[in-house]
Design a protein around this ligand. Sequence first.
Ligand code: SF4
Ligand code: ZN
Length: 420
Amino acid sequence: IKIKITKIDIPVSFASAFEGEIIRKGDMQVEFDGSRKDCFELVCTKDASEVEDHKFTLIGPDFDQMEVGSKQQIAYIVDVAGKNMQSDFEPVFERKFHSYVNCVEGVMHTGQRDMIRIRISKSTFEAGFRAKDLAEVLYANIKNEFDAVVDKCAVTIVTDEAECTKLRHELAIPAYDRRDERLTSLTDESVPVYYSCIMCQAFSPSHVCVVTPERLGLCGAVSWLDAKATNELDPQGPCQVITKERVIDENLGRYEDVDEAVAKFSQGALEHVTLYSIMEDPMTSCGCFECICGIEPFSNGVIITNREYTGMTPLGMTFGELASMTGGGVQTPGFMGHGKHFISSKKFMKAEGGIERIVWMPKELKEQVAERVNKTAQELYGIENFCDMIGDETIATDPEALLEFLTEKGHPALGMDPMM
Ligand code: SF4
Ligand code: ZN
């Protein structure tokens, strides 16, 4: 075991104790908000000749030139080079930024890719924390944690508004799309193994995600390719190979290999997990699921709600209320946390009939996933524009009104077998 020294040269402390720290509006010097401004974080693999190690570049104003309490844009591009580096590792590094930035005293980070939000507290700003310190946190941690593959690393921070917009559209989004594209060509049947992920056991000690090409981790940040890369980077780490040789039930996604793996990685807390059912031994949920689906008994269907939607659902519960009964690493048949991308997967509760069961989603979520969900519904059931049959909060937030809408639309769930 290599002993690693994380002494980072910044004006405030860096420790995992600060990870859960919350910075309230009144205490914040500046906020970078990817939901309102063009923000992103991106790792780019470069040739060694293109990267000057430890170089820092700032494009745009530094934190002391931003109005106190304002919402700004930020992008950071981390160029890495190394002879063992693979572009498949890029999203794995990016996934770690959340924890790196959060470990800085007085800095809060949520989200990933171009949906990040960062707050810097007044006291951390007053201690002298500036853009170059943020870059130093990224640089030092990447070099420390991924020294097996990264020989050189350079960080560019962009705060200039026009430049953030331009780079987000010309550099970041195409890079994310390329990665997603690579994944869509893979199916659960076409790969030789799955992967476990236990990164969330710090918070949910018995939680294990089983990550397959068609079912990403419920946080939405760990795809099968990411889990594979994590395993290659750190063979003793959080993602382990799960073989898939001993099928028990193909339709449920039940395997002896998977059961053995979850029993081992949950220290015996879990014995059986299916990949494709929300009723029979569904996968557990930690706390960081992007979405929750839950059974809606009147329509024979399920509703889905997402973290960003704070309103009511036809189950009479909000996301927060559903989360409190679904999370914590326990199995709750009929309710399950999952990633956004899973909604359009052909494996989404396949055992119960698949996405045809979806009867309600918040409008914004529905719009985000519509194109992919419609494509899946077309391919699986020959239904055109399936999303038009799915209710949302502008149509109904109670089961009676929802049922009326579904009946009017001839929603397929109404004619399916009861789920319970
Ligand atoms: Fe890993 Fe699952 Fe946690 Fe995502 S939610 S980090 S896939 S354990
Ligand atoms: Zn989690």
